[in-house]
Design a protein around this ligand. Structure first.
Ligand code: ARG
Length: 590
């Protein structure tokens, strides 16, 4: 379906043409004076320059032509040459009825759908998840849903970190604590036990302990590195332990992501890219893309136009060891081979920006991707505490994701229990849904690249610009609809939304018509915060309208009653679609 603003533009353009001006002057925009009009056209000013005329007289000519246009209720020329437009209530109602009858509210999908791999989440096995991983998961999930909604083939890959020194550290620490484990018996040739010699909580305790210990004991760090090297080169016992770590971690991660309403099409790991490394290195050497620098293998990616220092891309260290960058380059090779995507997007903390810049340049230069393959990095900012510093636990440690979620859910639970008597089980279920909305909306309502302040009070508030407020609106509309169902009155399918009765109703209807504009903006700008802005306005406009309107009343004629029910149903459905795209859901009641 065409956008309302485009339909309006078409008519205004025609008016310009009919008066002998170029079509391009007829572009309509949203009004920046909503108190005066809903839309405006500033083309008369530009046309005045081109045709050497007074802007106001051009504006008046256009107004003249459009005076009786059925889409327009009122059109006026304002000094020095603005054209202010208020659309007619009939046109508005007709447009909304068309939206209702169209799939996805008439939102037009991507004309040339793409295959897009989104690399997000990025947890590391054996290492606890922190807030940065949460942001990646939240933003990535929402973007993926938006891409899919627009008709693309979007594939989420968790890209598990399973190939670095952390694995070696855990194994070294395990060896220190339990040297008798069969995995450390170099002479053992039998099968290893299928059950891991640690639980997830043990594993999560081991890594920080090992990491701290390694900082004070260089020999221990050396040992961990040696173990990492052996593990990566097929040491049976270490490989078996590594496999256990993977299994235990993945089981736990799946649970955590499930609770976050985040899911991945692919559970690929850094280690999956390792088989591609040898051939890749050969290829880079053979085609003279790579050179030796101080013993290391590098690819130069600097360009003359660079204004900042761009280091070369590191393929191999001087001792031949592979790095995070090596794995990422090999992963590109792997992805091209397995999926041949049009576009790969990486979502991490913006501190990794340079790494990705250099990686992309190398992949392009060495032609490891196609000419048209788009490689993109989306870097997000830090979640800060109210003191403006990165959010920490009370004792100053790195905040673990589970604690953060628990903190938010507990606060919501407290609020739910505060002034109501409600079954504890149900309250817990509600709190987990509302808590997730609080957290995700609090995050996604900011532009991703910006830092933001985690404000528990504001995020969990049932009023104002918050996730819980949006859910509250959905639940409220749902309960009105149920109440209507109880009256026994029904709506015949041919009934429609009527032209607005009041200015607030018109406001609400106008906001509904902006759905496609908003989705397209969120998609093009890759900006979930656009959705948040839109639904906050929609919920707010609904609330104002609701306060002045008796939705269910015997005084309403059948047509009016049907119109109101159809309209709030639409608001409800749009809100639900939007929260789905943000990655959370509404409880049945609140
Ligand atoms: N595991 C990494 C981390 O914790 C993030 C991985 C991001 N994805 C990638 N392909 N490098 O920082």
């Amino acid at each position: 379906m065409k956008k309302l603003i485009d339909l309006l533009s078409e008519d205004v353009k025609q008016a310009f043409v009919s008066k002998g001006y170029e079509e391009r002057f007829g572009i309509v925009t949203l009004s920046n004076r909503p108190d005066l009009c809903q839309y405006q056209c500033n083309g008369a000013m530009a046309a005045a320059k081109a045709y050497k005329k007074a802007p106001i007289s051009i504006a008046q000519e256009i107004v003249e032509v459009l005076q009786d246009n059925s889409k327009i209720k009122e059109i006026t020329a304002i000094m020095p040459g603005f054209i202010n437009i208020n659309i007619s209530d009939e046109f508005l109602a007709e447009y909304i009825n068309n939206m209702r009858k169209s799939k996805d509210f008439g939102c037009e999908k991507e004309a040339a759908p793409k295959k897009i791999i989104i690399d997000y989440g990025g947890p590391n096995i054996a290492k606890p998840l922190h807030v940065g991983h949460m942001r990646s998961a939240i933003i990535g999930e929402s973007l993926k849903r938006i891409f899919k909604y627009m008709g693309n083939d979007a594939i989420g890959d968790v890209h598990l970190g399973d190939w670095g020194t952390p694995m070696g550290l855990v194994i070294a620490e395990l060896k220190r604590r339990k040297p008798d484990l069969i995995y450390f018996d170099e002479g053992y040739t039998g099968e290893y036990p299928s059950k891991a010699p640690f639980t997830i909580s043990e594993l999560e305790e081991i890594y920080p302990a090992a990491s701290a210990y390694s900082k004070e004991n260089p020999e221990f760090l050396e040992e961990a590195k040696r173990i990492t090297f052996l593990m990566q080169n097929g040491h049976r016992g270490y490989m078996a332990l590594w496999k256990h770590m993977q299994d235990v971690s993945v089981t736990d991660l799946k649970k955590i992501y499930d609770n976050l309403n985040v899911s991945f099409e692919l559970w690929k790991k850094e280690s999956d890219a390792q088989p591609y490394i040898n051939d890749m290195v050969e290829y880079l050497k053979k085609n003279n893309y790579a050179r030796i620098s101080d013993g290391a293998l590098v690819v130069d990616v600097k360009e003359e136009t660079d204004t900042k220092e761009i280091p070369p891309f590191m393929v191999l260290k001087s001792d031949g060891a592979t790095l995070y960058s090596t794995t990422d380059l090999a992963t590109i090779v792997e992805r091209m081979e397995l999926f041949n995507p049009d576009h790969i997007i990486y979502i991490t903390d913006k501190r990794q920006e340079l790494h990705f810049e250099v990686l992309f340049r190398c992949a392009k230069k060495a032609k490891l991707v196609n000419e048209g393959t788009k490689l993109q990095f989306i870097g997000f900012g830090t979640m800060n505490g109210k003191d403006g510093k990165p959010f920490k636990t009370r004792d100053g440690g790195v905040l673990r994701l589970e604690y953060l979620i628990k903190m938010v859910t507990d606060e919501v639970y407290r609020k739910i229990m505060e002034n109501r008597s409600i079954d504890e089980e149900e309250a817990k279920d509600i709190a987990s849904k509302v808590g997730l909305a609080a957290l995700k909306y609090g995050d996604l309502s900011n532009q991703a690249s910006k830092d933001y302040v985690f404000d528990l009070e504001r995020f969990t508030s049932f009023e104002g610009n918050s996730g819980p407020y949006i859910l509250y609106t959905i639940v409220r509309i749902k309960s009105i609809l149920e109440k209507f169902g109880d009256t026994g009155r029904s709506i015949s399918p041919d009934m429609n939304i009527l032209p607005a009765y009041t200015p607030l109703e018109r406001e609400l209807m106008l906001q509904i018509t902006r759905f496609s504009d908003m989705i397209h903006a969120a998609y093009e700008e890759q900006a979930p915060h656009r959705i948040c802005q839109y639904i906050y306005d929609l919920a707010d406009k609904f609330s104002s309208f609701y306060h002045e309107t008796k939705i269910i009343s015997d005084d309403n004629s059948d047509e009016r009653q049907a119109s109101l029910i159809c309209m709030i149903t639409m608001v409800h459905d749009i809100l639900r679609t939007c929260i789905y795209l943000l990655g959370f859901e509404a409880p049945d009641r609140m």
